[in-house]
Design a binder for this molecule. Sequence first.
Ligand SMILES: C[S@@+](CC[C@H](N)C(=O)[O-])C[C@H]1O[C@@H](n2cnc3c(N)ncnc32)[C@H](O)[C@@H]1O
Length: 262
Amino acid sequence: MNGGAAYDGAAWAGGPALVYDRLAQVLVEATPAPLGGRRVLDVGAGAGAVSKAVVAARGRPVAADLSFAMLAHDRPLRPPAAVADAARLPFSTGVFGATVAAFLLNHAPDPARVLGEAARVTEHAGPVLASVFSSRNSHPSKAQVDEVAARFGFRVPAWFRRFKDEIEPLTATPALLAATARSAGLADIVVTERAVDVGVRTAADLVAWRLGMAHLAPFVATLEPDRRRLLVTRAEAAVGPDPQPYRPVVLILASRAPFTAG
Ligand SMILES: C[S@@+](CC[C@H](N)C(=O)[O-])C[C@H]1O[C@@H](n2cnc3c(N)ncnc32)[C@H](O)[C@@H]1O
């Protein structure tokens, strides 16, 4: 896995949560069976976007993530949580009524193994949901903000280059994501691709989203407050007063766990 160590809950909540909270609702709504009353594993839970959506759907979330800093964010308001690697989950077979993995597979060098683990810990025919970004996803502000950050000394971390060039493409089309789900042994597989209006449409929100992402946030945290404010101001100027709204193009996998002997 890549980038787990770079994720930090406080930085996330101030920016990327603007995007990921809405995307979590969309994923949970794609369930092939109601989540209400089920114990639901939120794997790669991050700052808890899916856990919140599961609670809204009357499910009982349990969070797992490689990053303690992400799980620690908002701790008193969060469900039970475990620091765990999604490729080797420390849970027994079939103990969850459903499993949801939002924007986790795109961090996995072996995404079939991660989905296989999701299938293993989910009861027979329980929903297994996952989302990733489509290869068609893009927004001009990504390059605009990254270029301004580079002028302040930002260098793209090696893990992020590998993530973009080698790992993210493994599941970034409907055909690849469906094939990954099949090789993980999942049943009733449906993959849909859609652009989601997440309500991020001002330069301030676009810059907050981008600067809070895991490849940039650790660099931003090293800047003195005045430099940080200047970076934000310059990034907002680069994005401009009337930006195109961010409508991320995502792939949604809805499926069910197969029969398990456990
Ligand atoms: C893009 S964030 C998504 C967070 C959350 N699911 C959401 O939608 O807001 C990816 C999360 O996956 C976690 N992650 C990366 N590799 C992991 C692994 N091997 N096992 C568990 N979590 C992992 C990261 O720490 C991060 O919190």
